[in-house]
Design a protein. Structure first.
Length: 189
């Protein structure tokens, strides 16, 4: 009986770097509480939290996705039929988006006609930016909302791409279901 020898090839190829598998739930929505001067549907998989500045800005909220480590910050400002207020809010919104030019390699802005008759401005930011999607919407006379998507993670945005796309659909649903409560008694100066 003879000996049989084999040798291993030295052509080792490492496995390519992989991405974490992210399980995304089906999109399901619930109406937010009626304690705001606006109404919309938010994800059933999110928790509505008061924004940290709620003492001075009581109608600001965070839509928090605990499983995804994401927040959609929603800020509300009354327009009060004052054109200068509206112009200030719009300028602030565009300024906050443009501050990401340092890290963003692209900012794509679009005007979106919504199913509810509103028109929203949405900005998609590409690159390693802290917010990948921002929006604002107004009725031009009484109400203004601005929103931004944030993640509480150091994960690179290319790894987060499926989650970003998932949350963009939730934001578009929020915008499509947004209704202003013009008879809401505002307690804001």
């Amino acid at each position: 009986m003879g000996a049989w020898f084999t040798s291993c090839s030295s052509d080792f190829v490492p496995k390519p770097k992989g991405y974490n598998r992210i399980e995304l739930p089906a999109h399901e929505y619930l109406a937010i509480p009626d304690t705001f001067p606006y109404q919309f549907q938010a994800s059933k998989h999110a928790v509505l939290l008061r924004d940290s500045s709620w003492i001075s800005e009581r109608y600001w909220v965070d839509i928090h996705y605990p499983e995804l480590g994401a927040n959609i910050q929603v800020t509300y400002k009354p327009v009060k039929s004052k054109q200068d207020l509206l112009e200030g809010y719009l300028n602030d919104s565009y300024k906050l988006t443009s501050q990401h030019n340092v890290k963003a390699y692209a900012i794509e802005e679009s005007i979106v006609a919504l199913k509810n008759g509103n028109v929203a401005s949405v900005s998609e930011l590409e690159g390693e930016v802290p917010t990948q999607f921002q929006f604002h919407v107004t009725d031009s006379t009484r109400n203004f909302i601005r929103g931004a998507l944030y993640f509480k993670t150091a994960t690179k945005n290319d790894s987060l791409a499926p989650v970003i796309e998932y949350l963009k659909l939730d934001i578009i649903h929020l915008l499509n279901t947004l209704e202003w409560k013009n008879d809401f008694p505002l307690e804001i100066d």
